[in-house]
Design a protein around this ligand. Structure first.
Ligand code: HEM
Length: 412
């Protein structure tokens, strides 16, 4: 950011949220520091939206039932979210637990949580390791490996496809669908063409999963979809479409996020070789290093809610119906909670970052994401004992909600 010594102007804040200024997105932290110091609650008039950056307030909003997801609860008439042109996207996302409030949220989430247990994770461990080892070994054969494309991206997609029981031969088309759909989560910049592409992917993937679900209704297998159907058969709480759409959410939600966690971690280890070296000698620090990567470069930087009533947040009055953008990335650098917040410290204790959010929507995939990242770094540390950048300086993707690299070329 340019004028860090001066106060932020409305134009700068607007530019950030409309992504006019890609430079800010390369390093948003001076911007966040200013927000935390001078505007912990900033009202962006043109969007009728608050931007909230203090850890205490972000956590409060995420946990409070007064801040809601279903805007339709505030309207007398149901809200039509998008034109009928994107009907498939609408039908898909309206069932996602992510965008629902209780009681629907509780019903959808509790069902999926049955299938996403510590036991399921334990069973997946050997598979995750072997996928990570194979990808890392393939990278070693290349002269100029690129960590995002060759490792960080395929690992979570292959793992979740495996857990969902998607046949091996369908993996490529599955990757294409999940790519188009993952983009939908960063709604800020989508062009009409991207929405068309997302809509087509939504139609195709729903047909595909419908077929997978029906097959498993007849012949259950050893996978998450069969597990969810098994619970459903006993409790009859989900419609078939809800089941299908939330299986698709599992694929998409873990996609743009875990790739960023692994990619951001690799970049940080190259920039902090002393930390990478320390992990060699003390691999038991890898879990705490993963927490610090999550805090320092949060893969999800923002999420949003709507005020369900007039609410006083500190001395700021948020009006019913106003949108609230909470900055997880800024909250994770709040000096009121983290000592020396801009220091990357893999031994940091009591790391209360908000990268998986908080409250009822706390990331259901957090244990899986942590396991994938820990395994990834264990494998990479073994096969790549020393790391350096090779090729161009890594560039951050120009996104607001997510934080991840376009590409990361490495040398051993
Ligand atoms: C929710 C972050 C990986 C599935 C969330 C939320 C965040 C988040 C911030 C809450 C959003 C909100 O409250 O508005 C992350 C990060 C990940 C990650 C940083 C990786 C580093 C995964 C994985 C899966 C997953 C691997 C599944 C395979 C979900 C689901 C929700 C969610 C289903 C919605 C939960 C609910 O609404 O109750 N995630 N996630 N996530 N995540 Fe993750």
């Amino acid at each position: 950011m340019k004028n860090t010594s001066q106060d932020l102007t409305e134009q700068e804040i607007t530019a950030f949220f409309n992504a006019y200024d890609p430079l800010i997105h390369q390093d948003p932290y001076p911007f966040y520091t200013k927000m935390l110091q001078d505007h912990p609650a900033y009202f962006l008039k043109e969007r009728n939206t608050w931007i909230i950056s203090k850890h205490e307030h972000v956590q409060f909003i995420l946990k409070s039932p007064m801040f809601i997801r279903e805007q339709s609860r505030l309207e007398a008439e149901p809200v039509v979210m998008d034109p009928p042109r994107w009907r498939n996207i609408n039908e898909l996302v309206q069932d996602w637990m992510l965008f629902r409030d209780p009681p629907t949220h509780t019903r959808l989430r509790s069902h999926v949580a049955y299938a996403f247990t510590p036991k399921t994770l334990e069973q997946s461990k050997p598979r995750i390791r072997s996928i990570a080892e194979n990808l890392a070994a393939d990278m070693l054969k290349e002269t100029n490996p690129e960590v995002i494309h060759d490792f960080a991206f395929p690992l979570p997609v292959m793992v979740i496809a495996d857990m969902l029981g998607v046949p091996q031969e369908d993996r490529n088309i599955f990757k294409r669908w999940s790519n188009s759909l993952a983009r939908l989560l960063d709604v800020t910049f989508l062009s009409e063409e991207q929405l068309d592409e997302g809509d087509l992917a939504a139609a195709e993937i729903r047909d595909y999963f419908r077929q997978q679900v029906r097959e498993r209704q007849k012949n259950p297998k050893e996978d998450i979809i069969s597990e969810i159907i098994h619970v459903e058969n006993k409790e009859h709480l989900l419609s078939e479409e809800e089941l299908i759409n939330n299986c698709i959410l599992l694929l998409v939600a873990g996609h743009e996020t875990t790739v960023n966690l692994i990619g951001n971690g690799m970049k940080l280890f190259i920039e902090h070789p002393e930390s990478y070296k320390l992990l060699h000698h003390q691999p038991e620090l890898i879990p705490s290093a993963v927490e610090e990567i999550l805090r320092y470069e949060s893969p999800v930087q923002f999420t949003n809610r709507t005020a369900g009533e007039d609410i006083l947040l500190g001395d700021t009055l948020i009006r019913r119906g106003q949108e609230v953008f909470v900055s997880l990335g800024a909250a994770n650098r709040d000096p009121a909670v983290f000592s020396d917040p801009h220091h990357f410290d893999i031994t940091r204790k009591k790391n209360r970052h908000l990268s998986f959010a908080a409250g009822p929507h706390f990331c259901i995939g957090a244990p899986l994401a942590r396991l994938e990242a820990i395994t990834a770094f264990q494998v990479l540390l073994k096969q790549y004992p020393a790391l350096r950048f090779s090729g161009p300086t890594p560039i951050w993707r120009n996104q607001i909600l997510f934080r991840g690299l376009e590409a990361l070329h490495v040398k051993m």
